[in-house]
Each structure stands twice: as C-alpha cells, then as structure tokens.
Design a protein around this ligand. Structure first.
Ligand code: ADP
Ligand code: MG
Length: 238
C-alpha cells in the first residue's frame, strides 16, 4: 500500500508564490497526471514529493508518514526526469545498479535485480551497452528501470517522453501504463500534453499559476470541465 498526501503545500522562489496552498490525495496504485502549461508549478510539486525541494508551508505524507524533510535518497520515491539524467560514461547495467550499490546490496543480488529491471522495460539484452549507444526511447526505459529497481512506493515522472517523437511517445506511454498496472505502483506523472494525460491517468490534476483548477477522471474532466481554463486546456468548450 502506498498513499500520497499533500497537505496545504506552499512554495515561493525569490518572494514569488510558485505553489499556493495545494492539497492532494493520491490513492494506492493510482496513476495521477499533473497537467498544466509551462510555469504552472508541475515540476516544483513533483520535486517536493521527491525531496529535491522543500515546501515553505504544509507537509507531504507517504502512507501517513511525514516525509517533508527527509532527503531524496532516503525517501521511498523514484524519479524519472525528462532527459540528461543517466550517466553516459557507464553501462546500462551500471546505471541501474548504482543506487543498489549505495545501499550496499550484495553483488549477486544486484545482478539479479538489474536483470529483472531490464526485463521489465524490455531491454533484457542491453545491460552491457553504453548509454550513449542507445536511442532516446531506450534511454528513458533505462531511466524508468533505474527508478524502479529501488522498489519505491511512489514513482515520479517529469515529462519523461517530451523529447521523443510522437509515435515513440505514444508507444512508451502504453508501455509505462502496462508496467505501472502490473506493479500496481502509485505514480505521479507530469505533462503539459492533454492527450498524454487523457490517455494515461486514472485522475488528472489541472494546474494553473501554482494552484489546482480541477481534479477529475479523464472522462469527467473532458465532459465536465469546471472552469474556462480547464475547458480550454482539455480541449472541449461546454
Ligand atoms: P512547470 O514544471 O509547470 O513548467 P515549474 O514548477 O518548473 O513549472 O516552475 C513554476 C514556476 O517556478 C516558474 O515560474 C519557474 O520559473 C519558477 N521556478 C521553478 N524552480 C525555480 C527555482 N529553483 N528558482 C526560481 N524560480 C523557480
Ligand atoms: Mg516542468
């Protein structure tokens, strides 16, 4: 079980409120998309959940445990960034093994875990390759494997497919959804693409200017947007 709760989170940078009094409950096994235009605060929320930023106000709970001030490497979260997050001088397997080595897992167990993670993302034969030898889509699969190998309670993805072409993006989206369902892992997925959110999410959170506009299932959000902004952004005006 992994439930995520944001309680009245606030964050400012240089005196400007970037996240205003935001609360959200993500249920066990749910995939929630944070959707909004550039600058709406999506990454800041994700980074606070992952521990890369600390909120000025409010708290973050995972399974009821307050993690607000726990550093990223000690949180039960795994993060996948848009790009440039793999170590290009290391092999694929070394990239995935890195966090396990930090945890001082025995070498044989590491090998088994890495093999399992590579299998999960469809890259079973790629362990020995160098990261720079892989395509963009393969690199993002490795990034997902690297996050999942640590068995986080919450998976965090920040526009992981944004730099890929549309065909590949749609393909990886389906793969991710499949992996997420199989593992039943609670997931927060940041995107500025409404089609991506509609295709992936159990529920969508629409953000604007650091505030939540609406939280709803894709179907509900599409049929019954509550604000003009959501209607415009989701692409239906009724
Ligand atoms: P999004 O991911 O939705 O594009 P962000 O969360 O990255 O939005 O940013 C929200 C706002 O916060 C933007 O105006 C951005 O410029 C600002 N911001 C984000 N991180 C920082 C930072 N480290 N220092 C100053 N301003 C920041
Ligand atoms: Mg962002």
């Amino acid at each position: 079980m992994a439930q995520l709760t944001l309680k009245n989170i606030g964050k400012s940078f240089d005196g400007t409120d970037v996240i205003r009094d935001t609360s959200l409950d993500v249920k066990d096994g749910e995939l929630v998309c944070l959707l909004g235009p550039s600058g709406s605060g999506k990454s800041t929320i994700l980074r606070m959940v992952g521990g890369f930023e600390t909120p000025d106000r409010g708290s973050i709970l995972i399974d009821g445990q307050d993690v607000t001030r726990i550093p990223p490497e000690k949180r039960p979260t795994g993060m996948v960034f848009q790009s440039h997050a793999l170590w290009s001088h290391m092999s694929v397997a070394e990239n995935i093994a890195f966090g396990l080595k930090l945890r001082r897992m025995p070498r044989r167990d590491i090998q088994a875990k890495v093999a399992e993670a590579l299998e999960l993302v469809g890259l079973a034969d790629y362990g020995k390759r160098r990261v720079w030898q892989l395509s963009g889509g393969q690199q993002q699969r490795v990034a997902i494997a690297r996050a999942l190998v640590l068995e986080p309670k919450i998976l965090l993805l920040d526009e992981p497919f944004a730099s890929l072409d549309q065909h590949l993006r749609e393909h990886l989206r389906e793969e991710l959804r499949d992996i997420q369902r199989r593992l039943g892992i609670t997931t927060l997925f940041v995107t500025h693409g409404q089609d991506e959110a509609l295709a992936l999410a159990d529920r969508i959170v629409v953000l604007q200017g650091g505030e939540i506009e609406q939280v709803a299932s894709p179907d509900h959000m599409y049929r019954a947007p509550e604000t003009r902004f959501v209607a415009g952004f989701i692409g239906s005006m009724n």
